[in-house]
Ligand binder design. Structure first.
Ligand SMILES: Cc1ncc(COP(=O)(O)O)c(C=O)c1O
Length: 424
């Protein structure tokens, strides 16, 4: 097997003909596979079926979850989520089924009311910008896009966002915040280093109302015994005199039922008060029955860690299969692709030669495998290098995943050869 990058034009043409045959053979299988969505598989959802049997409704302080009240969450559930997020109960707000919705509400708070007394709300400021470590989570970017922020790409590194660039960009007063997924980031699966967390906490920002949206969606999603964690941004920010800077989020959507979990935010007491006042006009309270049954269910099942180990037993072989196939099919053709190999989370990233990602996705689609659209993990859906594809291995069954990964590799090779022929 030869390095594509050093092949002559006739060699590339010969390789192309061989790949076309392999591709046609796949296309004839009539596949209908989907590696596009970061969804739990039915097998994973079954681990939480017991939730539906739970009828607990009185929390350990005597509050009846069936009734109105406790906007910031049941006391028992605030204590529980506080322990998960590394905060105090009074610094924790337990809300509804979607952390993304809560994040949207917090951006709305900054936009409509403002986080800092005496400062104009974001909607009244002339220019507003938001930092988007990329590749990242498309839905984060979309939230700030709809509020009219200019979205600025910050390259991701295995240690988190490139902090030299972040520190430079926050010298602009128009930069109001940053999206962060600190543990098993979506989509690379990277974990922020201690240095990254400390620099985010300490850095001077021109904007006094700069906020870190710290979405710890995957803090419990380890596949191996090597459990990665990162420093607590609230503690670090407090030490640096910026305790109001971070808003930390988590959710059980990828632990129990996607879209029917419970979410929480931890932040300074001042920020929790702002959130309560702001959300007061949107709802009387969230679904406390669901909050309570989550806490009690995890306890009944041996704790969150034991519950997540069941998920890991299903997810780990899927990641292994994809990564094994990528090595087997792409290692021997020169540097036409690289990929991340996470030990937790829900995604991995495949990087093709520049200008090839869209073509790979298109080729896969024509042969029956749907991938996340190329560019989806960048602000405005535009990957400036057109080289990134987000792979979501959790949903398809293992045998289908193996086929899909094989096709993905053939398409990656085809698109690489096409690109190299353009310049040969
Ligand atoms: C990083 C991240 N945050 C949040 C969410 C959505 O969470 P929720 O269902 O709690 O809104 C996802 C879902 O893919 C995600 O990847």
């Amino acid at each position: 097997m030869a390095d594509y990058l050093s092949m002559t034009k006739p060699q590339l043409l010969e390789e192309q003909a061989g790949l076309q045959q392999q591709y046609d053979a796949f296309a004839q299988k009539g596949l209908k596979l989907d590696m596009s969505r970061g969804k739990p598989s039915p097998e994973q959802l079954d681990f939480s079926l017991g939730l539906l049997e739970m009828t607990d409704h009185i929390d350990d302080t005597g509050v009846d979850a069936r009734n109105y009240g406790e906007l910031e969450g049941l006391p028992e559930t605030r204590r529980y989520f506080a322990s998960l997020l590394g905060a105090k109960p009074e610094e924790t707000f337990v809300a509804g089924n979607s952390s993304l919705n809560f994040m949207y509400n917090m951006v709305d708070l900054g936009w409509r009311k403002g986080f800092v007394q005496g400062e104009k709300p974001w909607k009244d400021q002339e220019r507003i910008k938001f930092l988007c470590p990329s590749p990242g989570y498309d839905r984060h970017f979309r939230v700030t896009e709809v509020f009219g922020f200019e979205l600025l790409i910050v390259p991701m590194t295995p240690d988190g966002p490139d902090m030299d660039i972040v520190e430079d960009l926050v010298q602009d007063e128009a930069v109001k915040g940053i999206w962060c997924i600190p543990v098993y980031s979506n989509p690379d699966g990277y974990v922020y280093s201690d240095e990254t967390v400390r620099r985010l906490a300490k850095m001077d920002t021109a904007a006094g109302d700069f906020r870190i949206f710290w979405d710890n969606a995957y803090f419990a999603h380890h596949f191996t015994k090597d459990h990665k964690t990162c420093l607590n941004i609230l503690d670090e920010s407090r030490k640096a005199g910026h305790e109001d800077r971070p808003l930390m989020f988590c959710s059980t959507s990828k632990m129990t039922f996607a879209g029917a979990g419970a979410c929480a935010m931890a932040a300074s007491v001042a920020n929790i008060k702002l959130a309560s006042d702001f959300l007061f006009s949107t709802t009387i309270c969230y679904d406390k029955i669901n909050q309570l049954r989550h806490v009690r269910y995890f306890a009944r099942e041996g704790g969150l860690e034991a519950h997540m180990q069941r998920h890991a037993a299903v997810i780990a072989p899927k990641f292994k299969t994809v990564i094994k196939t990528l090595h087997a099919e792409l290692d021997h053709h020169g540097k036409i692709a690289r990929w991340t190999e996470p030990v937790g989370g829900y995604f991995l990233s495949l990087f093709t030669l520049d200008g090839c990602a869209r073509r790979v996705v298109e080729l896969c689609k024509q042969a029956g495998v749907v991938l996340t659209g190329a560019g989806a993990a960048y602000p405005y859906g535009k990957d400036p290098s057109d080289n990134h594809i987000r792979i979501a291995p959790t949903y398809p069954p293992l045998d289908e995943l193996e086929l899909a990964a094989q096709l993905l590799c053939i398409c990656t090779r085809m698109a690489s050869v096409e690109k190299l022929l353009e310049i040969a």
